[in-house]
Design a protein. Structure first.
Ligand code: HEC
Length: 673
């Protein structure tokens, strides 16, 4: 019976929205609220993070020092939005340089990112259009029609104006010129701190279909026992459990109920579950993240008061499956030397090594790193080497001689792709690169490495490489500094895994492939890079690329003061290992497609030079012009020492010319030994 009333009320509500808007016009200055009373004029707008139609991330609260944020509700095919755009963009231009942020927001069920991008192209919307796929933001903002503009004041995150841009547009009719400029007036008031006379005005536009908004009362019937608890158990509880890496455990309903508003926030801002890939680009075997429907269910349940309802509590009954070795007992365990981590301050990278106790060659098929103290091990990279370093001689690059795994919280194991393995020769040593962050409490770390071997050699050797730029430099206060580096494959290759890495100023990262025919494809996009979560992205479908293909790693850095993680916006930031410096570091695992364990095509010299060309060759034409040569090389060039190397005399060093030079140098060195 109760439901029936609710549905009736909802039906009536949508009827009234359909009635002739002319009868609902603003009646006079005395009323400061339009007759179609929206409830949310003073409402506090909770933070959210949304991707726009080009896949870029935008978080509302990032702009907490802006005088105002304007958001126009957009919908494809709505004539009023199309018509209002010229006025909206004129206001944006009028306020250029005043710090106001302008957006559109699309919450239409029928529109997708690709069709929104088409509409933007066709109607020249050169503005980020936030794609509210779950409709959760539009519901909370009380959106009813497109072409309505919301003005949010970051001083208290209230909506200070909602209504049309001006009085020019009607249904099927329009004035030649607007006589009232509501949006501009509201923005001026926001800047000067004056009161806005009429804060809510009736907007003309197309009705946005938000079916769940009318079903609020039904959301209280979402079952904790049958729906919510299983959803949390599947997506959250293996970190949020006793002894897990998360700061609180999902032990039963009371914990969930207590954290419910916080859960709503982390879902709306995409902080949890931790996973940073754009869901519209590529698929990954280790993907986390809630589906659109799961987010809606979870948030609607919380907005309905997070009711317990009937039934057992699956979280209370949940048994943790956490063991020290999630892949089972390893074939070989290596204990890194114990390390004392102080309570505070910055700890330099540590490069401990451990002799390889194995008397025979092995092929590794999987690796696990178990940090000794989860609160301080920021990351651990591990590799092996046939050589043995003297104590204190290790260097951060050594782990890449024969790379095994990069451990970061939440990704402790790596099972290599089928039929592949990493070869570890008898003797030599295992090398660690340990990055510790202090936690406020002194502790001793005993990190362990577990290795799992193939019983018979696998078909293919797995390899690791990095597209990096050790020559980067990020200007002070730059909010959008771009860096890129590439790796060109000299043989057909199969790519398995991608790992974008930067530090506190990293904002977004992509991996693109450029094929020899010029075709370009994005294979991973991380629109909202989070230094705290160093994810590895394992491609669900390994990607085969031909000889001559380039894998490009691009990262955008935010060195502005708005980036809360930024330790010093006034600094020009160089490459460096510590987090206050920066890295452009796009690591990937792959195999040479034609290489097998007994037919090695790998050429370490070529490999190394390709890495260098990948950042020195800025215009990616495969050769180094004088302007692209780093210091030492440029000096030799200017002295004329490289005349003979530039065989074709084109005034630049092609990869082949440089490679030939280094090969000859190596030969000479070998014969002089
Ligand atoms: C991979 C491990 C992991 C998973 C999976 C995970 N969390 Fe978390 N969660 C953490 C960690 C670690 C923190 C501490 C804050 C941080 O590091 O971001 C955290 C913090 C939180 C917080 C507190 C927010 C804060 O930092 O103040 C909430 C709420 C939360 N998680 C909810 C969830 C929900 C809901 C899910 C599933 C949908 C989930 N988490 C999945 C690891 C995880």
């Amino acid at each position: 019976m109760r439901f029936l009333t609710v549905i009736m009320a909802a039906a009536l509500a949508s009827c009234s929205a359909d009635t002739d808007p002319a009868t609902q016009e603003q009646t006079g200055a005395a009323a400061n609220v339009d007759r179609e009373a929206a409830s949310s004029v003073n409402d506090y707008v909770d933070n959210f993070s949304l991707l726009d139609h080009e896949g870029r991330a935008h978080e509302l609260y990032y702009y907490d020092d802006a005088p105002a944020i304007a958001i126009m509700i957009q919908g494809n095919g709505c004539p009023i939005v199309r018509n209002a755009w010229s006025d909206y963009s004129a206001v944006r231009d009028q306020f250029a340089g005043k710090g106001v942020e302008f957006y559109m927001l699309n919450a239409n069920r029928q529109d997708k990112r690709s069709t929104i991008a088409e509409e933007a192209e066709n109607f020249s919307y050169d503005i980020p259009i936030l794609n509210d796929e779950t409709q959760l933001v539009a519901e909370a903002l009380g959106v009813t029609r497109t072409a309505e503009v919301l003005v949010i004041s970051p001083s208290d995150w209230s909506i200070i104006y909602r209504g049309p841009v001006n009085d020019r547009l009607g249904y099927g009719q329009q004035r030649a010129e607007a006589s009232e400029h509501y949006l501009a007036d509201a923005l001026n008031a926001a800047i000067t701190g004056e009161e806005i006379e009429t804060r809510i005005r009736r907007s003309k536009g197309c009705i946005v279909n938000l079916p769940e908004a009318a079903k609020r009362a039904e959301h209280a019937a979402i079952s904790y026992s049958e729906t919510i608890a299983p959803l949390l158990a599947k997506n959250c509880a293996n970190c949020h459990e006793e002894g897990g890496i998360a700061p609180w455990a999902m032990t039963d309903y009371s914990m969930i109920e207590g954290f419910a508003p916080m859960i709503r926030e982390v879902v709306r801002t995409k902080r949890m579950p931790p996973w940073s890939a754009d869901p519209h680009v590529g698929t990954f075997t280790n993907a986390r993240g809630l589906s659109v429907a799961e987010k809606q269910t979870l948030v609607h349940w919380i907005e309905a008061g997070a009711p317990r309802g009937d039934g057992p509590d699956p979280l209370a009954a949940r048994v943790s499956d956490a063991t020290q070795w999630p892949l089972g007992e390893p074939d070989l365990i290596i204990d890194a030397p114990a390390f004392d981590v102080p309570a505070s301050g910055i700890v330099d990278y540590q490069f401990p090594t451990v002799l390889n106790p194995m008397g025979e060659d092995v092929w590794v098929r999987a690796v696990t790193v178990v940090p000794g103290d989860k609160t301080v091990v920021h990351h651990a990279l591990v590799g092996s080497s046939e050589k043995v370093t003297k104590p204190g001689e290790g260097d951060y690059q050594d782990v890449f001689d024969n790379y095994l795994i990069g451990f970061v919280p939440g990704a402790e194991s790596y099972i290599y792709p089928e039929d592949t393995g990493v070869f570890v020769k008898a003797g030599g040593e295992f090398r660690f690169q340990m990055h510790y962050t202090t936690s406020g409490r002194a502790t001793t770390d005993n990190t362990r490495l577990g290795l799992y071997f193939h019983k018979t050699p696998p078909k293919f050797p797995l390899r690791q490489q990095v597209a990096l730029n050790i020559a980067l430099g990020i200007e002070p206060n730059a909010a959008d500094h771009k860096e890129q580096a590439y790796f060109e494959f000299d043989n057909p290759a199969t790519i398995y895994m991608l790992f974008p890495h930067s530090h506190y100023r990293g904002k977004s990262s992509v991996f693109d492939v450029v094929y020899p025919d010029g075709r370009e494809e994005t294979i991973l996009s991380v629109p909202d890079y989070d230094f705290n979560w160093q994810h590895t992205y394992s491609l669900a479908e390994p990607l085969e690329v031909p000889k001559g293909a380039k894998l490009i790693h691009r990262t955008i850095y935010d060195n502005s003061a708005r980036n809360l993680a930024n330790p010093d916006p006034d600094r020009t930031v160089p490459w460096g290992l510590q987090s206050h410096d920066e890295m452009l570091y796009g690591s990937f695992m792959f195999r040479w497609t034609a290489e097998t364990a007994d037919n090695v095509v790998h050429d370490p010299l070529q490999f190394g030079i390709r890495q260098f060309y990948g950042f020195a060759d800025k215009d990616m034409d495969g050769k180094l012009a004088r302007s692209e040569m780093p210091g030492g090389l440029a000096r030799s060039w200017d002295k004329g020492d490289l005349k003979a190397v530039d065989k074709d005399g084109d005034g630049a060093l092609s990869f082949a010319e440089f490679y030939g030079m280094r090969k000859a140098q190596m030969k000479r060195r070998q014969s002089s030994r």
